[in-house]
Write a protein that binds this ligand. Structure first.
Ligand code: 4AD
Ligand code: MG
Length: 480
């Protein structure tokens, strides 16, 4: 292991007078003809360390090359800081330039940059305060997810990324092929002959690990997946990515109520974990959020601060209502009576984001879990309710986000499941292995999928999903 000190540890150290060696990137340099103050960051914390250099002790050329963005190594003595900003700083004895950053062409200058601009230089945005905080929190959140499930007896199951089935039946998949696109093999009927393809069949990137997750749960009892999922829907919104990460627990012997309890407990654990373990980064994002909100129009402004909102979610039970109750609330709202919804409201509709947001942000003012959706608007695998019209689906809706979790109890009855697959034109032959679980030792079971980036949006208070994943994939965008 290299022998330099990480800045986060140096800043916490009280070993005044000790020798330290730090390596990092210059954020700013200021000073006068006698002394230079250099703020250095190495990514270990949002806080910079201040390096103090007596100009007389360094050659002019070295000092000139210490510009914003340059990478330097500094050795010196840890001293108590005169400034109010920090407790300690480094009195530099030796400074080595590890990598220059030409001041005229380095895109990240001291001033504040817009998020749009930073998206265009996604290769450099990890060097900013905002993205440093976001990616550290992203790490902590991923770690907390594994920790939660491990603590609760779940096994991490690695489900495939390349699949031959369409779990959600939505048909919005990316094809995976090694066929020559210029000159593909043809069947006698003239269609592309996928039996000649790498896997001997047509394959795609997975939209969900659920179906394989169910296979795992039918032997291991409690499993979860956590991996990338892909959707080729042309949704250019602030909530959709073409490549996103999803966490999908699947539990044998859980009904829809157990499923809801788990989802709520899980989300609250994650929020608590980040508040407890990422305090500096959350404080920074809380201040950032406040500034963003102040710039908005009064009626669009969040009533709560970021941390306050997270605390509020921890302190309150999620509201649980049925789809039918949700429709009744929407129909009797003044909002509806005044014709303020853009999309029509009636039993049977797929709730639009404006409806979800009304329920969560205006009506209940807290997270809401909706169950019992019409079977027509949900996937084939969901448990059919005795009313013949609805399924035991559950969507968890969050303020400012909309749907953060989608899940259900699963239909474990073979006849009912195959009947529904026929009605929805889901091919039984491709899913013979899925149906086998219903033939051999079937049981009540449930699961859900949490969108990792949507959870990140809620925790960080960022407004665009492209800003909570290092290298976003969206329509017409796969640059980095
Ligand atoms: O509701 P969805 O489509 O559910 C499933 O895929 C189920 N198989 C999950 C399960 O029961 N195991 O997706 C689950 C969640 C959504 O609630 C949302 O948070 C997120 O995944 N999500 C997306 N996030 C970013 N970009 C997209 N295009 C997303 N589509 C879904
Ligand atoms: Mg959904």
């Amino acid at each position: 292991m290299p022998k330099h000190n990480r800045i986060t540890n140096v800043l916490k150290s009280d070993a005044i007078g000790s020798q330290v060696l730090i390596k990092g990137w210059v954020r700013t340099k200021r000073g006068n003809k006698n002394v230079a103050f250099i703020a250095v960051n190495d990514g270990s914390t949002i806080n910079n360390i201040q390096v103090v250099a007596d100009v007389a002790q360094f050659d002019e050329e070295t000092l000139r090359r210490i510009t914003t963005g340059a990478c330097i190594a500094v050795s010196g003595t840890l001293v108590a800081s005169q400034g109010k900003e920090q407790a300690v700083e480094i009195q530099a004895e030796k400074i080595t330039i590890l990598g220059d950053a030409d001041a005229d062409t380095f895109p990240l200058q001291k001033k504040a940059h817009t998020l749009e601009f930073l998206r265009e230089i996604a290769h450099l945005r990890p060097r900013t305060n905002t993205f440093g905080a976001i990616f550290r929190i992203r790490h902590a959140l991923a770690f907390a997810i594994h920790k939660y499930f491990n603590n609760n007896g779940f096994y991490y199951l690695h489900t495939p990324i390349i699949t031959a089935s369409d779990a959600e039946g939505a048909g919005q998949m990316f094809r995976v092929t090694t066929l020559d696109m210029e000159n593909p093999p043809r069947t006698p009927e003239g269609t592309i002959d996928y039996s000649e393809d790498f896997f001997g069949r047509s394959t795609n990137l997975t939209v969900s690990g659920q179906l394989e997750g169910e296979l795992g749960a039918m032997g291991l009892g409690l499993i979860y997946t956590f991996g990338p999922t892909f959707r080729a829907e042309n949704s250019n919104t602030t909530r959709h990515l073409a490549e996103f990460w999803m966490i999908e627990p699947e539990m044998a012997f859980y009904d829809i109520y157990d499923n809801m309890d788990l989802a709520e407990d899980f989300i609250k654990y994650l929020i608590r974990y980040v508040l407890e373990n990422c305090a500096d980064d959350m404080k920074f994002l809380d201040e950032r959020f406040l500034k963003e909100e102040q710039a908005k129009k009064a009626d669009e402004r969040s009533e709560m601060g970021l941390i306050e909102r997270l605390q509020f979610v921890l302190d309150n039970q999620f509201e649980r209502i049925t789809y039918t109750e949700a429709i009744d609330i929407l129909l009797s709202s003044n909002h509806h009576k005044k014709g303020k919804f853009q999309f029509p409201v009636q039993w049977g509709i797929d709730l639009q984001s404006e409806h979800e947001r009304y329920l969560v942000e205006k009506h209940f003012k807290k997270p809401v879990i909706i169950t019992g959706y019409p079977k027509e608007i949900k996937a084939f695998y969901m448990k059919q309710n005795p009313d013949g019209k609805t399924v035991a689906a559950m969507d968890v809706l969050f303020p400012g986000i909309g749907e953060i979790i989608g899940g259900s109890q699963r239909e474990e009855n073979l006849e009912k499941l195959t009947q529904r697959m026929k009605e929805m034109h889901v091919p039984e032959d491709v899913l013979w292995w899925y149906l086998d679980t219903r033939k051999f030792g079937t049981c009540e079971h449930s699961g859900f999928g949490l969108g990792f980036e949507r959870m990140m949006l809620f925790i960080t208070g960022m407004g665009n999903i492209r800003d909570v994943i290092p290298f976003p994939r969206t329509p017409k965008n796969a640059e980095f």
